[in-house]
Design a protein around this ligand. Structure first.
Ligand code: SAM
Length: 278
């Protein structure tokens, strides 16, 4: 299965991080700027009609992940693998904030090459920072998760693995082998925490119909099976527990409204950040 048709979405999210003061100018691209401008009317309408929009959802997940991952690093995690890194600024920023941190960014070969070229050009690497090609649908050398965890990462280090903006482009059936590998090999690490975003939705609500409509549109453009994966927080927790993640938490934006500078949705949010520990 070729999922490179999803890659262009990283230009859009990269632009969102930049427009909101979360990124560096060299992660902003002409196509990202165009998509960002083109989305403005839709974003405005969505905010008016539903009290939230894609912008809110992206910033909510990104801020929560940054906050929790920084806490784990302060408490002893020394290695991060950010899969589907796209043009995320996290590797660039975290390796400056935590100079001892080992940070590996990974994405499909073309996107990894693009990120690497940007970092090379600006000499923007942190002290222990690299970008590698990876494909979550492959196994073995050189792109498989099993190979990367055992041969590129140091299994002696407490480690954080991130997939931001990735898993919802796959059906539950298609993404499960990736999660199983992570949970299985994660046991070889002293500690391994996994972060991902999801958008649990109960069928039949007004929000469900609107979001499913948007997901269908995104699915057509990206030629992927965009879907909410879970029907509730409990569904997500139970599913990941069954796969082999021992402790699973699901963070909701409301918990962070007073602590973090994140957009507040008018209605109940459905952005969720999964934090699963092996
Ligand atoms: C929506 S973007 C998210 C980028 C970044 N994490 C962010 O939040 O800004 C999705 C990313 O998933 C990557 N991707 C798509 N299929 C993949 C696969 N099979 N394995 C690894 N990464 C993949 C794309 O190249 C793209 O960078």
């Amino acid at each position: 299965m070729d999922t490179s048709s999803i890659s262009f979405t990283a230009l859009y999210t990269g632009q969102v991080w930049y427009e909101n003061g979360l990124s560096a100018p060299f992660f902003s691209t002409p196509r990202g700027r165009l998509m960002y401008l083109g989305m403005q009317p839709l974003e405005w309408m969505s905010e008016k009609a539903f009290g939230t929009n894609l912008h809110h959802l992206l910033l909510q997940r990104h801020h929560i992940m940054d906050y929790r991952i920084a806490e784990l690093i302060e408490q002893g995690a020394t290695q991060v693998l950010e899969i589907a890194c796209g043009l995320s600024p996290r590797g660039h920023l975290f390796t400056r904030r935590f100079p001892e941190l080992h940070y590996i960014e990974a994405d499909l070969p073309d996107m990894a090459a693009r990120k690497k070229a940007l970092l090379d050009e600006k000499n923007a690497y942190g002290p222990h920072h690299k970008v590698i090609p990876c494909n979550i649908l492959e196994s073995g050398a050189p792109h498989g998760l099993d190979y990367i965890l055992r041969n590129v990462l140091d299994p002696a280090k407490p480690t954080v693995v991130i997939t931001e903006g990735l898993v919802n482009y796959f059906s539950l059936q298609a993404i499960t082998p990736f999660w199983k590998t992570l949970a299985e090999i994660g046991k070889e690490f002293p500690n391994l925490w996994y972060f991902a975003d999801c958008y649990p939705l109960e069928k039949g609500t007004k929000t469900y119909n609107f979001i499913m409509g948007s997901m269908k549109a995104l699915g057509t453009i990206t030629r992927a099976e965009v879907n909410p994966l879970f029907s509730s927080d409990q569904h997500a927790i139970g599913y990941l527990n069954d796969i082999g993640f021992g402790e699973v938490k699901v963070h909701e934006p409301e918990t962070f409204y007073t602590q973090l500078n994140i957009p507040k949705s008018r209605n109940k949010t459905f952005t969720r950040v999964i934090e699963a520990k092996v």
